[in-house]
Write a protein that binds this ligand. Structure first.
Ligand SMILES: NC(=O)c1ccc[n+]([C@@H]2O[C@H](COP(=O)([O-])OP(=O)(O)OC[C@H]3O[C@@H](n4cnc5c(N)ncnc54)[C@H](OP(=O)(O)O)[C@@H]3O)[C@@H](O)[C@H]2O)c1
Length: 352
């Protein structure tokens, strides 16, 4: 499609107020398609989008004046460039990538729309072997996993890693990436997801529903101990960190995706800060590094992650695919916390 045939308005799901998705989201058929692109931005016709927990969490948490509502919802997408705007992309290029929440607040653009404007550097070329409904789910969780392992965690080929939450999207990418560089991987999930986690490449499995994980990890500590722990659930169980000297090697790091906000729970946040950062070792503080990640669009990391995708070493596991009109059902699925892989929305009904 050429930019000449881009319509003036489009269909989009917009976040119009604070609250649960059913209250916060509005389907709008007359949203203006971005007509003036900033230098460095491109216009993409979206084929598919993917949901991420951050989407509904920000809807529920942020007041309107911070979130700059209304804005289009969600961040992950796959599509086709319709206006390359003098960047490295040209009309017709198949791409995938993400918009950041900060960019959404600035430009009001998002992934749950027929068209979106975003920086050219937020995108990677979609290999023809990866359909849009899979590619849409790659970037946010995949880049988070990449940065947990390599940029923040410093994982090196041949080392060993424990992934807490091997069936979360972030955990699923972490397993595949760690295996791609020849690491040994152990991962946790509930028992029903053992086969799923092993199919991603995990060498060892821990069922967190059987017994507290730190006890299982203490009993089955590898020798040498893990070089890295990736906490891909959301710090539901901090004892995995506070007991980690038994199974995490000296010099190894505990890297977390960060606590799961259920409102601003001051006592819980204070306890986390104390246990993870402030408690001195003479008071029983843990002698292992504790790090929290916030995914950032570092171009070097995007390119490195994209190479694994291109080589077929990393795939986005897909939990379910929804039609554009069924976005609220897609959020219901996401909010069960039980998805195994990405929840995809077909923005273009023809998207493969
Ligand atoms: N900091 C950042 O930049 C960043 C970026 C991306 C994501 N995140 C955060 O990372 C977390 C994971 O996101 P996601 O999209 O990967 O999640 P997701 O795919 O929606 O996670 C669903 C999975 O969580 C598993 N799970 C739930 N409770 C668990 C527990 N106690 N232990 C182990 N597994 C458990 C479930 O498996 P079972 O049914 O087997 O329990 C289910 O398969 C979210 O909290 C998200 O907000 C942070």
């Amino acid at each position: 499609m050429s930019s000449a045939s881009v319509p003036p308005t489009m269909r989009a799901w917009r976040v119009v107020r604070k609250g649960e998705p059913s209250k916060a989201l509005q389907f709008d058929e007359n949203v203006p398609v971005p007509s003036k692109l900033s230098p460095g931005d491109v216009l993409v016709k979206v084929q598919a989008a993917a949901l991420n927990p951050v989407g509904y969490k920000l809807m529920k948490l942020l007041p309107n004046f911070i979130a700059k509502r209304p804005h289009i919802a969600e961040y992950d997408l796959a599509g086709v460039v319709v206006d390359g705007n003098g960047t490295k992309w040209k009309a017709g290029d198949a791409v995938y990538g993400m918009i950041t929440s900060q960019q959404t607040m600035k430009t009001r653009q998002g992934a749950l729309a027929e068209y979106t404007g975003l920086p050219a550097s937020n995108l990677l070329a979609r290999p023809s072997s990866v359909p849009p409904t899979q590619a849409a789910g790659l970037t946010l969780a995949g880049l988070t996993a990449y940065q947990c392992l390599f940029r923040v965690g410093g994982l090196e080929p041949g080392q060993s890693v424990f992934v807490n939450g091997g069936s979360t999207a972030v955990g699923a990418f972490a397993i595949q990436l760690a295996k791609a560089v020849g690491c040994t991987v152990a991962a946790s999930a509930s028992g029903k997801n053992e086969q799923f986690v092993k199919s991603l490449g995990a060498d060892e499995f821990f069922d967190y529903t059987k017994e507290p994980l730190h006890k299982q990890l203490e009993a089955r500590a590898p020798s040498p101990k893990y070089h890295l722990i990736v906490e891909a659930v959301g710090l539901i169980d901090l004892s995995i960190y506070t007991h980690s000297e038994a199974y995490l090697a000296p010099g190894g790091a505990f890297v977390s995706v960060g606590p799961q906000p259920n409102g601003f729970d001051v006592p819980a946040i204070s306890k986390l800060l104390w246990d993870a950062f402030l408690k001195p070792t003479w008071l029983g503080g843990t002698k292992r590094a504790f790090k929290i990640i916030r995914v950032t669009l570092v171009e070097e990391d995007m390119q490195a992650f994209g190479k694994y995708v291109e080589e077929g070493k990393v795939k986005a596991p897909v939990d379910s695919v929804y039609e554009f009109r069924d976005v609220l059902k897609a959020y219901e699925r996401m909010m069960t916390g039980r998805a195994t892989g990405k929840i995809i929305v077909k923005v273009d009904p023809e998207a493969e």
